[in-house]
Design a protein around this ligand. Structure first.
Ligand code: UTP
Length: 291
């Protein structure tokens, strides 16, 4: 099967759940310790063999573009103090993949954002990494999806069981186990009411699609929340031939929510090579003090 070399990261959303900071700092640029969320996504895609990443941005998201560019002023300063390893690391971040940017001129939903990638993708299978979903895993989730694509030959989505009482915030899949960590998906619904939910399996942040999604997206009407929903377009795939859901290995952090952002930071900080040990000590003492 042909290697997948393209990925799309929709990052144009307004991030209303992260107001007021999202007014001027894109949620995709919120850090895990010292790196923005979006850096982890490009890193994941590159580790899965992606060479070309398209980031869908919007007004006020210019800092994302700056992050993937060289910065001669910092490099000059670091050269003066002999910090060559830092320069190398900053350059590595800019060179993980060819990163392209395109604006979604109106925030009409995730499906609409993906549709803007039509010409970039042309006729190839590609990954979508939702810009506010960081997943820390042993094997890149994109690679896990590619393996399932190779095995079952169908478009794939990364899923996890979510608490039943929260399914209404996500989507719900009609799915039967394939006997491994994957499911055959025959239907799905975005933000279901309790009586509409098929299961508590929800798509979380990673999808592998083929270019036929674009024709479907062009015909997709606004759905939940008045937005053009990617789930509604994928439903067409699921009901016509099926999709494969992969219960992926890895921990997912929702950077669209305050709790997700904070949890990612605390969990990552304890393993951070520079501050990990000190942070762990602080955390233990602090946890004791609030018992
Ligand atoms: P979300 O629905 O979580 O993002 O979309 P949002 O609309 O920014 O969230 P809230 O509800 O206002 O807080 C998942 C991903 O799709 C992108 C977002 O940037 C996020 O990374 N997205 C969403 C777009 O690129 N365009 C859109 O029109 C909507």
């Amino acid at each position: 099967m042909k290697k997948i070399t393209k990925a799309v990261i929709p990052a144009a959303g307004l991030g209303t759940r992260m107001l007021p900071i999202s007014k001027s700092v894109p949620k995709e640029m919120l850090p895990i310790v010292d790196r923005p969320a979006i850096s982890f996504l490009v890193e994941e895609a590159a580790a899965a063999g992606v060479t070309d990443v398209l980031i869908i941005t919007g007004r006020g998201k210019d800092t994302i573009e700056n992050y993937f560019d060289f910065n001669v002023e910092y490099e000059k300063k670091l050269t003066e103090s002999g910090k060559y390893a830092e320069i190398e690391e900053m350059r590595r971040i800019c060179s993980m993949a060819n990163v392209y940017f395109l604006r979604q001129k109106e925030t009409k939903g995730l499906g609409h954002a993906v549709l803007t990638a039509k010409n970039f993708i042309a006729d190839e299978p590609f990954y979508i990494l939702y810009g506010d979903d960081v997943i820390l895993s042993e094997t890149p989730v994109c690679t896990q999806l590619a393996k399932a694509y190779e095995k079952y030959g169908k478009p794939c989505c990364g899923v996890k069981p979510v608490p039943w009482e929260l399914v209404y915030k996500y989507c719900s899949l009609k799915a039967e186990s394939n006997g491994d960590n994957t499911y055959h998906v025959t239907d799905m619904i975005e933000k279901p009411k309790p009586e509409q939910a098929y299961s508590n399996l929800s798509i979380l942040g990673r999808v592998l699609l083929t270019s036929d999604i674009f024709d479907i997206l062009e015909k997709t009407e606004p759905g939940a929340g008045g937005e053009i929903q990617l789930t509604d377009a994928m439903r067409v795939l699921a009901t016509n031939g099926g999709m494969t859901a992969v219960d992926f290995e890895g921990e997912r952090f929702d950077f669209g929510s305050k709790l997700g952002f904070l949890t990612a930071n605390v969990k990552s900080a304890v393993n951070h090579p520079e501050i990990g040990e000190d942070f762990k000590k602080f955390l233990i003492e602090f946890a004791d003090s609030i018992k």
